[in-house]
Ligand binder design. Structure first.
Ligand SMILES: NC(=O)c1ccc[n+]([C@@H]2O[C@H](COP(=O)([O-])OP(=O)(O)OC[C@H]3O[C@@H](n4cnc5c(N)ncnc54)[C@H](O)[C@@H]3O)[C@@H](O)[C@H]2O)c1
Ligand SMILES: O=C(O)C(=O)C[C@@H](O)[C@H](O)[C@H](O)COP(=O)(O)O
Ligand SMILES: [Zn+2]
Length: 351
């Protein structure tokens, strides 16, 4: 078992990574939680695969358990789901001394975490991420949110889990599309922070080869994110680097109403396109975009943007959380592994 602690003083929490950990969820939870009730928030697809295993583990330890399953997909990361979630928690009689478990991908983690942050002004919650993206990124760092039609994550909070349990074996049931979607955030870490990690990713050619190294990949990403979150929990400085590719990525997701690209795919396009623009403006070393592009191709990720979409996308860039009074902070690379924040305006994206 690999274990990390996200050290945030009284809000610190352990992050455990082990194949087969899903079998021990009940035991892991008894180590710190001595209350009665556990509400599992999940989606219907994840429930089909993993509800039984997790629920039985908790029942065995004597907890009362309810499972609340949302429809799968980004559409569930919405204000519209909250009345349903809150009602289910009320009907179950959940109190502040009970526990919520978010079992699923980034959507379940974000909306489940947001309901945990807001229901009764805060219920402790455990993250059990089941997509690669959630295991390397969204389950760590306490960003919980829902989307608005105007943009991604526009209503949210910082609310940390009390525990993160990562079982890489659950990735076996993940589709290729969502496996590579998660790899986009993995590539992001390598681009912004770690050229050696980038070189290592280049050596892995197939999903089977990547899966052999998956514990190492998850551990590396979690360690990199842990360090950033510890140094800038509230996203006012260094943490913004984790937004590499996201200014354009979030705009693309919103513009296409979450129907064309997954989050990781949109971020992949965003990383390549912003680096291309930065090179043209002399802000990134020549060749950086091409290096990113070949890794994206290797990981079956998109990188092109249709020119006709630019104007519409710009509308949404204006709503980016890093856009303050018209000054937009974008994340750029000097070279692979070296990132920085550049102050600019939305016109940066007009080529
Ligand atoms: N909070 C953060 O720091 C943070 C970081 C990165 C991304 N995000 C957010 O995460 C969301 C994307 O997360 P995601 O890519 O995990 O999407 P997701 O939660 O929609 O999961 C993708 C699909 O995989 C299915 N699935 C999940 N686990 C499975 C498994 N083990 N086997 C088979 N199918 C499984 C789901 O049902 C869903 O259909 C976006 O909303 C993004 O904004 C948040
Ligand atoms: O944890 C962070 O900080 C990140 O930026 C991680 C991103 O991968 C993630 O998509 C995050 O939800 C984006 O946050 P936002 O503040 O730009 O909505
Ligand atoms: Zn992201």
């Amino acid at each position: 078992m690999a274990e990390l602690v996200v050290d945030l003083k009284e809000q610190s929490y352990p992050l455990k990574i082990r194949k087969g950990l899903l079998n021990d969820v009940g035991l892991e939870i008894t180590r710190f939680y001595h209350g009665k009730k556990v509400a599992i928030i999940t989606d219907q697809t994840v429930a089909r695969y993993y509800e039984k295993q997790v629920k039985e583990g908790l029942l065995k330890e004597g907890y009362e358990v309810v499972v609340i399953a949302l429809p799968p997909g980004e559409e569930s990361k919405s204000l519209n789901q909250l009345p349903f979630l809150y009602k289910a928690l009320i009907d179950f009689g959940l109190t502040r001394s009970d526990l919520i478990v978010a079992l699923g991908g980034g959507v379940v983690g974000d909306v489940g975490g947001f309901s945990a942050a807001t229901f009764l002004r805060g219920i402790p919650f455990v993250q059990i991420p089941t997509t690669l993206l959630a295991q390397v990124d969204s389950s760590i760092g306490g960003k919980v949110a829902v989307d608005l039609p105007e943009g991604k994550n526009l209503v949210g909070s910082f609310y940390h889990p009390v525990l993160v349990l990562i079982d890489p074996l659950v990735l076996e049931t993940l589709s290729d599309r969502f496996f590579y979607d998660g790899m986009a955030e993995v590539i992001k870490y390598a681009c912004i922070l770690d050229v050696d990690f980038f070189a290592f990713l280049k050596t892995l050619k197939t999903r089977a080869e990547m899966t052999k190294q998956i514990e190492q990949i998850i551990y590396t990403c979690c360690s990199l994110k842990k360090a950033i979150v510890e140094s800038d929990e509230r996203d006012t400085a260094e943490r913004m680097l984790l937004n590499f590719g996201h200014t354009l990525g979030h705009a693309l997701e919103t513009f296409y109403a979450y129907k064309k690209y997954t989050h990781g795919e949109a971020v992949a396009i965003g990383m390549y396109q912003i680096t291309l623009l930065a090179e043209e403006k002399g802000l990134s070393a020549i060749g950086t975009a091409e290096t990113i592009k070949s890794l994206l191709i290797q990981y079956h990720l998109p990188y092109t943007l249709e020119h006709k979409d630019y104007a519409a996308v710009l509308e949404y860039v204006a709503l980016d959380k890093k856009n303050i009074n018209g000054v937009l902070k974008v994340v750029l690379l000097k070279t692979i592994g070296k990132s920085y924040l550049e102050e600019t305006t939305a016109t940066f994206f007009v080529n």
